[in-house]
Ligand binder design. Structure first.
Ligand code: URQ
Ligand code: ZN
Ligand code: ZN
Length: 480
């Protein structure tokens, strides 16, 4: 690996932007400053007129996921390669054990699948059932495997859905371990009932998908998960907040001082539910994901959540199924595999609709595409900032560049693109992963297996402190 000097750019971190060169040596950022000299033999990247930013971190992807009878089109190589082409240099994916399956067994399976990754990766581990063994495995995962976040699906009844008993036990265990519980917040019982009602009414097409998961279904689950976390004194991270009801639940809890964090998908920021009323099945089904795209008005509320600091990270929930797989639900929308792509497009969509509209500054863009995820999942400043000692995961961003997003030109193996036809102004010109140039002006130079598994330390067992806080709330004096 040769040294690389990125010269003439403007460095953008979450806290500020400034003119500086960046020298990368042996996979790390060696120095950041004005007029740096290029070591003999170093490659020089001309970043004049461009931004030099921490590579994107996508905290929510599903590469190679077996789900609803299909396996997603992107595996860990093609999915991470697509991410690198879009400036995302690491992902946090999900180990999703079947109910009754050992968490450690599922973890080892996913670790095997991920060995082919082209960029760095980590895993949230889903708790899909409860037992002493699950409790034990959570401890092993935190202590030995660098897992510091556990996912809970409150949707997907009769599959991976958690009941309240599992939520309570697992959240409590996460607090003991100093790990972050995260939730997919939709009330799975309501979804199940509403899906059956759609069937009874003979509404079987993708237009029924949003009707079976209205915003209230997400709002209820978000409030419930947040309330459980509050009583237990544990922080909580709500993934893919898609609607006003859930965003308000997060904001209300934060206003009361509760440690609640919200994630927004790039798709939910710019796409509305009209997609489901398109008469073309493949088009409408291509947008079937959960929570669904929402009525106009929700998108602007989510942007304001990012601007206000009540929503913290952006992700994609990259979970790509092809038209043939989606057609499995041709006669029954509830059988359409849920999931859409986006891992390559996220940064450009956030720049076009965030920075170019004035909603976000470049520093806020870095916060919501990289730094906040690194901080919330405890890998900052190894990742998420341009500073000496950090991993040389860098995107050189050309604000003058433009492209039209399309399934025809995407690197994902999916055959659909929810951003199809969107022209963006501001695109990566270069991506560095571990100090290697892996994307250069349209030329993708990735290597399967080059990615590393990134351990994420626990937040320190703060169980005693949290327990004291809970105890302090118990009414001490018996009211007479
Ligand atoms: O629910 C999720 O996050 C996974 C199963 C991807 N699918 C989706 O529709 N979001
Ligand atoms: Zn989800
Ligand atoms: Zn997901």
């Amino acid at each position: 690996m040769s040294d690389i000097l990125i010269r003439g750019g403007t460095v953008v971190n979450a806290d500020r932007q400034f003119r500086a060169d960046v020298l990368c040596v042996d996979g790390k950022i060696h120095s950041v400053g004005e007029a740096l000299q290029a070591p003999v033999g170093a490659q020089v990247v001309d970043a004049g007129g461009q931004y030099v930013m921490p590579g994107g971190i996508d905290p929510h992807t599903h590469m190679q996921l077996p789900f609803m009878g299909s396996v997603t089109m992107d595996d860990f190589f093609t999915g991470t390669a697509a991410g690198l082409a879009g400036g995302t240099t690491s992902i946090i994916d999900f180990v999703i054990p079947n109910p009754q399956q050992s968490l450690m067994e599922a973890y080892r399976t996913w670790r095997g699948w991920a060995e082919k990754s082209a960029s760095d990766y980590g895993f949230h581990v889903a708790v899909t059932w409860w037992s002493d063994a699950v409790r034990e495995d959570m401890g092993t995962l935190v202590r030995d495997e660098g897992v510091n976040s556990f996912k809970h699906f409150m949707a997907y009844k009769n599959a991976i859905m958690c009941d309240d008993e599992t939520l309570v036990n697992s959240f409590r265990r996460a607090m003991e371990l100093g790990a972050m519980p995260t939730v997919h917040a939709e009330n799975g019982e309501l979804v199940f009932l509403l899906q059956a009602e759609m069937a009874r009414k003979g509404i079987t097409g993708p237009e029924a998908h949003p009707l079976s998961r209205p915003p209230g279904v997400e709002g209820e689950a978000a409030n419930r998960a947040i309330a459980i976390a509050d009583v237990l004194g544990v922080p909580i991270y709500v993934v893919h907040v898609s609607c006003i009801e859930a965003a308000e639940a997060v904001a209300r809890a934060r206003a009361r001082g509760q440690r609640v964090y919200g994630e927004v998908l790039a798709g939910h920021l710019v796409i509305d539910d009209s997609v489901y009323r398109n008469p073309d099945f493949a088009y409408a089904a291509g947008h079937v994901m959960s929570p669904p795209f929402r009525p106009k008005g929700n998108q602007e509320f989510l942007w304001r959540g990012l601007q206000s600091g009540n929503l913290h990270t952006t992700a994609t929930d990259h979970c790509t199924f092809c038209a043939e797989q989606k057609a499995g639900g041709k006669d029954d929308f509830s059988k359409i595999p849920n999931g859409c792509g986006g891992v390559e497009e996220r940064l450009a969509v956030l720049w076009e609709h965030g920075v170019n509209t004035g909603r976000l500054t470049p520093s806020e863009f870095v916060a919501v595409t990289s730094a906040n995820t690194a901080k919330l999942f405890n890998i900052y400043p190894q990742k998420g900032c341009i500073a000496p000692g950090a991993d040389a995961d860098i995107v050189v961003w050309d604000p003058q560049g433009s492209k039209t997003l399309s399934a025809k030109t995407q690197h994902s193996k999916g055959d659909f693109n929810i951003f199809e036809g969107m022209t963006v102004h501001g695109i990566p010109s270069h991506t560095l992963s571990q100090g290697n140039l892996v994307y250069v002006q349209g030329d993708l130079r990735v290597t399967a297996g080059a990615g590393r598994y990134i351990k994420r330390p626990s937040f320190g067992a703060n169980f005693d402190a949290a327990q004291k806080r809970i105890d302090s709330r118990k009414p001490s004096a018996v009211l007479r």
